[in-house]
Design a protein around this ligand. Sequence first.
Ligand SMILES: [Zn+2]
Length: 233
Amino acid sequence: MDITRIFPDDATAEEWFVKHRWPAGACCPDCGSLNVQERPTRKPQPYRCRDCPKDFSVKTGTLMHNSKLGLQTWAIALYLLSTGLKETSSMKIHRDLGVTRKTAWFLAHRIRETWRARGARFSGPVAMDEVCIGGKERNKRESKKLKAGRGSVGKTAVVGVEDRNSNRTAATPVESVTKVTVGGILGETPDPDAPVYADEGSLYGSLAHHESVKHSAGEYVRGKAHVNGMESF
Ligand SMILES: [Zn+2]
């Protein structure tokens, strides 16, 4: 019910997609120009780049590219597929959205393919941060305590990276946060030449292009070298 209240029709869904894709105003998907003319009555491509000149919509260059399905359908399908506790079947999409089985399969396939699309490197600048997730040892019942030490004992370490250009994020659990594991993730994910921003810590000391922020000294943002986005993620 909530999701149909949030996206009662295609127009509200379009507003939502536009706001999230282009928080600073429509941007040409082809040349990146912000010199864009909005022509709300010109559907299905209500934007024109004054520099290219190219016509486009909020779907252009996304997983919704070349699809005639309404944006409300896309928004709700994305919601169902990303919140389902188990893998959401295309039969569920078919029933819940009242679309044909063929359309439901197409939606599920496109969305899952996009999630699987990896391999493209983060060209940066890249922000990274690590966190230990799990209950505090001292709050656990005696039988559950690991009695193996202090601090991060019993927690799972997770390292995350965020590409400042594309806003893509990736996170992975690691055995322990050491120079080797962090270096391994950086080696796998971002471009080796990408600048890396991280908070203070000896872990990152050996990494090239590294700029750090000293949280312990009350310094949270220094120019571009902040990790706020990564921390909230
Ligand atoms: Zn353009």
